[in-house]
Design a protein around this ligand. Sequence first.
Ligand code: GLY
Length: 355
Amino acid sequence: MMESVTVGASKKYEVIIGSGILRDCGELISRVKAPCLACIVTDDIVDGLYADTVEESLRSAGFSVVKHVFPNGEQSKCLECYGRLLDVLSAEGVTRTDLIVALGGGVCGDMAGFAAATYLRGMDYVQIPTTFLAAIDSSVGGKTAIDISAGKNLVGAFHQPIEVICDTDTLSTLRPETFADGAAEAIKYGVLSDPEIFDIFSEGRIREELQHVIKRSVEIKSEYVEKDEFDTGLRMYLNLGHTPGHAMEKLSHFSVTHGHAVATGMVMVADISEKLGFCEAGTAERIRQVLLKNQLPISTSFGAAELGEAALTDKKRRGASIRLILPVRIGECMLYETDAEKLPELFAMSEAVEG
Ligand code: GLY
């Protein structure tokens, strides 16, 4: 059964979720965009898996199609790769009234979305996420970006897609570690505001409940996006576990993937919250158990001091204070603001860090 969630950002759009809907993407897109020239942007792994289906579907719905394929991996989310994409758009004669179709994981969505935000001062794009993580996080909410040498996502724009199409079948072929990355973000939504999602993961029912969990996760994300599209306040709740998580990613030179880092980050903030007396006793242990059950880590070999130091250069630091999202219980979190210098001391409260 196909379901959809409306994201009521400055531009309203649908996130359509269902099994096998990739082959209908042309028709689904034609509901929001008259046939035009569509440029499929995808990586060299996803290309072989799904680009033909998408291209055929777009053509049968009346779209003309061109395609740009870039090498799979985070290293492609760079200025050079973005520049090459702009050159292709220009060489293919793509105009402002045409369409970009971002087919792939977070790297693809972020870069193609940023090209859509900036090429000819902005054009429409559709997100077709093919990873669990992209389906429930990066494809929804309009954050687009590329990396520069100073850090990840430091150049970007808020630019909402005109539609998101998530074919749940594409997630069944993911490697277990890649699926686990998405599971970590979905568990995050559970800790943030939905005990039912948390229970699904605790009871090992995610494969049976995948579509439901994607829909609920997108609904939760869209509530935050609707209230704070441009990330000036409430949207920071979506960063539960991300302050220590980003520090782990950075210190590991990104060999620790985002979801795995966020998993350990959630354990850390739960430990901190319990020690500070904000959190129901036993919450951190429940988070540890759910992560272990879903092949996710609960500790890091980095120390509190180096993690604190790395987190302080995080772009989310504001002046001399830092904001952490802390669990209160499964399904409820709070904002905790403190001196930035206290971060290593706070991180040291968690058993998830070394020494
Ligand atoms: N990934 C967090 C956000 O979109 O705000």
